[in-house]
Write a protein of this length. Structure first.
Length: 111
């Protein structure tokens, strides 16, 4: 007859504690990932950058009248031209209404 050995088993309390620890780690990981994804979506500025490039193209081909301002989605856009050392400078400026984030760049205009 084979010798029966006693196998160690975990108690119910040990199993419950391990399960609770796994659930807590899962919850923390899901909250961290959710925060990362929401910040990535909020900081995405590709749409406004593409619209500013389109406005720059239109201005380059004399289809915009300066000064120019508009609202695009949640952004306030202004385009202004001024002289700096007798050279025309065109400034593109976009401000997010909600987060107050600013995107701006300057372009040297033609004389």
């Amino acid at each position: 007859m084979a010798i029966l050995k006693k196998i160690k088993a975990s108690t119910l309390m040990e199993t419950l504690v391990a399960s609770v620890i796994i659930v807590i780690i899962y919850m923390l990981a899901s909250m961290i990932l959710n925060n990362i994804f929401s910040n990535t979506i909020k900081s995405n500025t590709k749409a406004i950058e593409m619209h500013l490039n389109e406005l720059q193209y239109l201005q380059l081909h004399k289809q915009l009248q300066l000064p120019y301002s508009e609202t695009f989605q949640k952004w306030d856009i202004t385009i202004e031209m001024y002289l700096e050392n007798e050279n025309p400078i065109i400034e593109y400026h976009a401000i997010d209404k909600e987060t107050k984030k600013t995107i701006s760049f300057k372009e040297h205009g033609k004389q």
